[in-house]
Write a protein that binds this ligand. Structure first.
Ligand SMILES: Nc1ncnc2c1ncn2[C@@H]1O[C@H](COP(=O)(O)OP(=O)(O)OP(=O)(O)O)[C@@H](O)[C@H]1O
Ligand SMILES: [Mg+2]
Length: 266
């Protein structure tokens, strides 16, 4: 994780230009633009099937765009796999699906990327080191668990989500993408996950949050952008909009205060 947001706040970490994605005859995305700065939380909203997850899968290297380009700190990049985007500092948090329930927290954080020595084609995993690093990382994020040796299946939904976020940020992530991280959580756990997002922001990480929950968007985001039928529809700094307007965007309507002419698409 990076030190602090400081003066680099306006630095563009990630930019997508003109992203189009076809699935056979289906156009899931058409010419979508997106910009994310250091220490910024960008809310992405849109109706079911609008293209939000597809856009994030393009940004995290799971899908290749049919057209368009991705830039990291101004440099064009091509991702052929999530490994490429990971190397570029982009991490996507999947819900607990991506965690191994029958393994302890510390192993989940470093799964497949454990600290250790490379000997021939093998990595000799240093468990003591991985335990220590995991505990330090959780403490930095103020994630409280009884022990890093606890199995993930014994955690609450919110704690599991927190471990997934810890995993995503364990390796100097510049950008963390979260697709509906609170959808399956109880209300009191939602708050904890949202506070964790605020902490990532304080560390200078750029966060993209897909959410259908207006409470989440208005609690944690700096800016919100709406995708409608695979295209940019509207966007605004959070302070310049309100829930009703954003709900309108999701349904494809714009009030007189909103709209692309007004809220320039970056
Ligand atoms: N692998 C795929 N193959 C074919 N079509 C796909 C694939 N993935 C997504 N689509 C289509 O692309 C469109 C956008 O889907 P996407 O999952 O990005 O929507 P979404 O905005 O994330 O919706 P939701 O809010 O329901 O999660 C949909 O019409 C969907 O059916
Ligand atoms: Mg989706």
């Amino acid at each position: 994780m990076q030190a602090s947001a400081g003066s680099g706040r306006d630095q563009i970490l990630l930019e997508a230009r003109g992203i189009t994605k076809y699935f056979g005859a289906v156009t899931a995305l058409e010419g979508v633009n997106l910009k994310l700065s250091r220490g910024e939380v960008l809310g992405v909203v849109g109706d079911n099937g609008a293209g939000k997850s597809t856009l994030m899968k393009v940004l995290s290297g799971l899908f290749r765009p049919s057209e368009g380009e991705i830039l990291i700190q101004g440099q064009p990049v091509q991702f052929n796999s999530p490994r490429d985007s990971h190397k570029a500092g982009i991490e996507m948090v999947y819900q607990d699906l991506a965690l191994a329930g029958n393994m302890p927290i510390f192993e989940n954080i470093y799964l497949g990327r454990e600290p250790g020595r490379r000997v021939g084609g093998l990595t000799i995993v240093n468990h003591a080191e991985s335990r220590k690093l995991a505990a330090e990382h959780l403490a930095r994020l103020q994630i409280h668990v009884k022990s890093v040796d606890q199995n993930v299946e014994d955690l609450s939904g919110g704690q599991r989500q927190a471990v997934a976020i810890a995993r995503a940020t364990a390796f100097d992530a510049k950008v963390v993408i979260m697709d509906e991280p609170t959808a399956a959580l109880a209300i009191k756990e939602v708050g904890k996950v949202l506070d964790l997002i605020k902490r990532l922001k304080d560390h200078g990480v750029g966060v993209i949050l897909i959410s259908h929950r207006m409470d989440d968007v208005f609690y944690v985001c700096d800016r919100v952008m709406a995708i409608f039928h695979g295209r940019n529809f509207a966007e605004a700094p959070l302070k310049d909009t309100n829930r009703n307007e954003v709900i309108g965007w999701i349904m494809g309507t714009k009030g007189h205060a909103a709209g692309l002419a007004h809220d320039k698409v970056h």
